[in-house]
Design a protein around this ligand. Structure first.
Ligand SMILES: CC(C)(COP(=O)(O)OP(=O)(O)OC[C@H]1O[C@@H](n2cnc3c(N)ncnc32)[C@H](O)[C@@H]1OP(=O)(O)O)[C@@H](O)C(=O)NCCC(=O)NCCS
Length: 208
């Protein structure tokens, strides 16, 4: 079945690489910016818009979320990535799990629809990863962690054992979340932070 990457930004290039590492060449990239049609990312052509994809039967194509996010102190910046996923998933389009060939994923890990595990990431036993979650380059998710839908574990971040990450949380690059800590939905963990205590929903954890 052919696979289309939605949104032709920087993250989409990483998604295309992950797919290519598995020998899967996406059929096309879709982008809502009509001016970009005809260009290519990672050697894959941008052939149309999101609306063009919606004209295809939901059971005739698979999709990958190519939209990244930019977090700030009060906002995980993940609403757009979530909305793009929901727009298509609600209409029955399928988002397969995408894992780079260099990712290490324990045999009993649960991965929700559309979960993305990028190059060098490691996910250890009994971890549960929600839908549309991004475990980015070289991130580590240790045993028994729970990562809620739409969360982003950014490059190099480490979730120690038994950590719980809520929906749409951004864990910044190279942050470390210590054993058993719970991070509430929509919270932001700054790049490089060491999180020793629970973080409230919508809260912020960073090195002052
Ligand atoms: C913490 C964060 C969310 C703040 O973003 P923001 O609200 O836009 O804040 P700004 O970038 O305007 O920075 C505000 C201040 O905090 C400081 N700051 C920003 N990020 C910081 C961090 N991670 N650790 C320590 N200080 C930080 C800035 O230097 C600035 O200090 P100043 O006021 O003295 O100049 C953001 O810097 C961050 O860490 N994002 C995660 C990025 C990431 O993981 N990306 C992955 C992409 S794949």
């Amino acid at each position: 079945m052919s696979l289309i990457v939605l949104c032709a930004g920087g993250h989409a290039r990483v998604v295309v690489e992950a797919l290519l590492s598995r020998g899967i060449r996406p059929a096309a990239v879709a982008d809502r910016d009509a001016a970009r049609i005809g260009a290519a990312i990672g050697g894959v052509k941008i052939t149309g818009s999101d609306d063009d994809v919606l004209k295809m039967p939901a059971d005739g194509v698979e999709l990958a979320n190519g939209l990244g996010n930019r977090a700030s102190r009060g906002d995980s910046g993940l609403a757009g990535r979530r909305a793009l996923f929901d727009r298509f998933a609600e209409k029955g389009y399928r988002f397969p799990v995408i894992a780079h060939s260099s990712a290490v994923i324990a045999s009993d890990v649960q991965l929700g629809a559309g979960a993305q595990v990028m190059a060098g990431a490691v996910i250890q036993p009994a971890a549960r990863i929600g839908r549309n979650v991004l475990v980015n380059t070289r991130a580590v998710v240790e045993h028994d962690c729970i990562v809620g839908d739409h969360a982003h574990i950014a490059p190099g971040a480490v979730l120690c054992g038994g950590v719980s990450i809520g929906e749409s949380v951004h864990v910044g690059a190279c942050a470390v979340v210590l054993v058993g800590v719970k991070v509430g939905a929509g919270a932001v963990v700054a790049a490089g932070a060491v999180v020793t205590k629970d973080v409230a929903a919508g809260g912020f954890a960073g090195n002052e």
